[in-house]
Design a protein. Sequence first.
Length: 106
Amino acid sequence: MPHLTTHVLDAGSGRPAAGVGVTLRTAAGEVLATGETDADGRTGLGPDVLPRGDLELRFDTGAYHRASGTPTFHPYVVVAFSVTGTGHLHVPLLLSPFAYSTYRGS
């Protein structure tokens, strides 16, 4: 089964986003894991075995921006994705105060 990692990059500052709170949940809202990005904007989350099906990563982007004194439009970002097989899953988040994007990384 997959292991999950994420990487948050702050496009506004051109640096990794350290200290972003991240929660991994099932689509039904059950919390599977919590964490915070490190100095490089990275964190590994979740149990060693992720359940198949739909999951969500919730990034606490509002607290991150408030800590730096930057106004923001998105108080949090939820990225929904499906676990369909085995292997490593990497879900990056590219963040700015008024926009974000994500994709399936490698």
